[in-house]
Design a protein around this ligand. Structure first.
Ligand code: ATP
Ligand code: MG
Length: 417
């Protein structure tokens, strides 16, 4: 197997596999993505499918989304596709919108400015990139298995970085010098762990050492950017394995402050989080997607549980202080934080009600009641609720003689909930 030594070999000859030498078929590609690719080709541009879609199709998995790389500039994409919108302030790319909320990302080939470039406006943000060739675009990417191109016109696979060999041997390899690439953009440390965990691939020993040496740099990254990555893992299909990978590499404490530290030092606490994440991952695999507030509440619940156990008179003050004091590097937006705290305060209340038989049913009017009810069910039953199952059904089973009041009727008596 051919090894490449440095990450700046933008002109190296690629390995090209013809139609009969790989397993990707156009039938596996989203028809809208195919239409964009062929249209760009007809307009005289080069356009490849890239990133996770190519990787997943080669692994026989269904891709989550289809990203396109092209030599058309964002303005040209906008000109030729009426449903294209330009996004991104630092680096502009086109999002092509379709019915049902589907978005296909079309990015122009870019190149890495190299380790000496001083054009990183804010430390911890991704490096600034200029337009480049397909080869340069492959080499600027983070991980070899994420840097493959598929050309639908010739049905060929194009590999500049040794990604095909790494897919075969199930290895996660950073493109170029791992230490250098992590210093340039520490978020790559997280991404290496993400894909190793999701795919069950091995991280080479030297990369493992670089992760240990450089992981502290993640704390210097923009909290908003860390939140973007956090969303990818919470909303992705294998949250449990990625969170476990982050813990194994000592990164959970860096990202989630005291919450992560508690998960790293207390195995029982972490096991509880894993059981809940396993339930959620099973739900997601059945195409029942969970939202950010629900997934965050599920992850944080084992840590919050003990704070709410002593029946605090004002759980919101307790939760607010706990989250502020946790010192998370990942910035949770205010609105999301409020939603998570709402869900948790309600779950705390529900669990107490299941022990005592006393429930303030006016709480059914709260916007987060349904999410809390589902989370409470998972915690109590160790599985996802099915149709008709909820906190109310648990309560009725436990206290068949007690009525469940409607929200409106109660709210009339106690307006402030
Ligand atoms: P999936 O979407 O299935 O999680 P993906 O590989 O498409 O996997 P994205 O986060 O969508 O991952 O990113 C798209 C591509 O952009 C990646 O495949 C990778 O090549 C490149 N990329 C993303 N983040 C970085 C980074 N920090 N440094 C270099 N390349 C990156
Ligand atoms: Mg992707």
């Amino acid at each position: 197997m051919e090894e490449k030594s440095s990450g700046r070999e933008g002109n190296a000859e690629p390995v090209v596999l013809g139609r009969s030498e790989h397993s990707i078929s156009r039938r596996h590609i989203d028809p809208d993505a195919l239409r964009i690719l062929f249209r760009l080709h007809r307009l005289g541009f080069t356009a490849y499918l890239t990133g996770g879609a190519v990787r997943d199709m080669l692994l026989g998995k269904e891709p989550k989304d289809f990203d396109i790389a092209t030599d058309a500039r964002p303005g040209q994409v906008k000109k030729y596709f009426a449903n294209a919108f330009i996004i991104g302030r630092r680096f502009r790319l086109a999002h092509i919108h379709f019915r049902g909320g589907k978005i296909i990302e079309v990015a122009t080939f870019r190149r890495d400015p190299g380790p000496d470039a001083l054009d990183q406006p804010v430390p911890g943000t991704a490096p600034q990139l200029a337009f480049g060739t397909p080869a340069e675009d492959a080499w600027r990417r983070d991980i070899t298995v994420n840097a493959l191109f598929y050309d639908p016109v010739s049905a060929t696979l194009i590999d500049y970085v040794g990604g095909l060999a790494d897919l075969r041997t199930q290895r996660i390899r950073v493109i170029g010098n791992a230490g250098e690439r992590f210093r340039e953009d520490p978020v790559r440390i997280w991404r290496v762990i993400r894909y190793a965990s999701r795919l069950g691939f091995v991280i080479a020993e030297d990369i493992g050492r670089e992760i240990a040496a450089q992981r502290h740099l993640l704390c210097g990254c923009s909290p908003a950017r860390l939140f973007e990555e956090f969303c990818k893992d919470l909303l992705g299909r294998q949250t449990r394995s990625v969170v476990t990978g982050l813990r194994d590499h000592g990164i959970l404490g860096l990202l989630l402050g005291r919450i992560g530290e508690a998960f790293e030092t207390d195995s029982l606490l972490f096991d509880k989080a894993c059981s809940l994440l396993d339930i959620a991952d099973r739900e997601k695999s059945l195409n029942h997607d969970l939202g950010l507030a629900e997934m965050s509440a599920l992850l944080f619940w084992p840590w919050v549980e003990s704070l709410l156990a002593g029946t605090p008179p004002d759980p919101y003050t307790v939760l607010k202080k706990a989250f502020t004091d946790a010192g998370m590097a990942v910035a949770l937006p205010k609105g999301l934080r409020a939603q998570i705290m709402d869900v948790m305060a309600l779950v705390g209340r529900m669990i107490r009600a299941l022990r005592s038989g006393n429930m303030r049913w006016s709480m059914r009017g709260r916007p987060q009641f349904v999410l809390a009810s589902r989370l409470c069910f998972r915690i109590e039953k160790d599985r996802a609720p099915e149709t008709g199952e909820s906190f109310e059904s648990l309560f009725q089973q436990a206290f068949p003689a007690r009525p469940i009041w409607g929200a409106r009727r109660r709210r009339h008596k106690t307006p402030a909930g």
